[in-house]
Design a protein around this ligand. Structure first.
Ligand SMILES: Nc1nc2c(c(=O)[nH]1)N[C@H]1C(S)=C(S)[C@@H](COP(=O)(O)O)O[C@H]1N2
Ligand SMILES: [Mo]
Length: 202
């Protein structure tokens, strides 16, 4: 059957190489995905603690966090529900900075992030070391909005975004993996979007 080249060409429009398999581009919008009800976290009372397998469990309030060397992420984020947001930016502090200040013990292999809402998500240390994870208070130059995890959330943009705990208040270092909210509900323990690690067994 004959088709025109033009038609075939359009049908095979180049897929943006920044999109992992099974993902689509949401453009300039940013969907909100929250399992719990959105908390109202007073920035004056907020703090983050790094504890568990560390030399010195350490807590920073917002002013103390913002006084640390800042670090930005510019790039893409990918939600397991198939949306990706390309070339977006966040500013905060590298998780490395916090871990180095607390002093990670050699026995630590994983961490669990806990939100003020009790939402939890687990991560291997290898996924958050070396400039790959941040705690952020700014998105595209503006304070992070409450529904997106403000005043402060974690971002781990190379993994599906459920690993990026909103309203984070604690990072606990562990010597084993401990599945969090989505992980006990059938989602993958690691969540690499380039390997489509959506569900347990993927
Ligand atoms: N505390 C908390 N953090 C969370 C979630 C949540 O429900 N509660 N959802 C996760 C999921 S599935 C995604 S895709 C992103 C969504 O972030 P957004 O709402 O800012 O897009 O947050 C992640 N962090
Ligand atoms: Mo998600």
């Amino acid at each position: 059957m004959a088709t025109t080249r033009g038609f075939v060409g359009r049908g095979r429009a180049a897929r943006d190489p920044r999109l992992p398999p099974g993902q689509y581009d949401v453009g300039s919008s940013w969907p909100v995905l929250t399992a719990e009800s959105t908390p109202r976290v007073d920035p004056e009372r907020w703090s983050i603690t790094v504890d568990g397998l560390v030399e010195s469990p350490t807590t920073w309030n917002l002013a103390q966090l913002q006084a640390l060397p800042t670090s930005s992420y510019q790039g893409d984020i990918h939600c397991v529900t198939t949306w990706s947001k390309l070339d977006t930016s966040f500013r905060g502090v590298s998780v490395d900075t916090l871990l180095d200040m607390a002093g990670v013990l050699p026995t630590a292999t994983h961490m669990v992030a806990t939100s003020t809402t009790r939402y939890r998500t687990n991560l291997p240390l290898d996924d958050i070391r070396g400039g790959t994870a941040w705690v952020v208070w700014e998105h595209e130059g503006r304070p992070l909005r409450r529904e997106h995890g403000g005043p402060v959330r974690m971002i781990v943009p190379h993994l599906y975004f459920w690993k990026s705990a909103k309203w984070i208040e604690r990072i606990t270092l562990l010597d084993h993996d401990e599945p969090g909210f989505w992980e006990v509900n059938g989602y993958h323990l690691r969540g690499n979007p380039w390997r489509e690690q959506r569900f347990d067994g993927d």
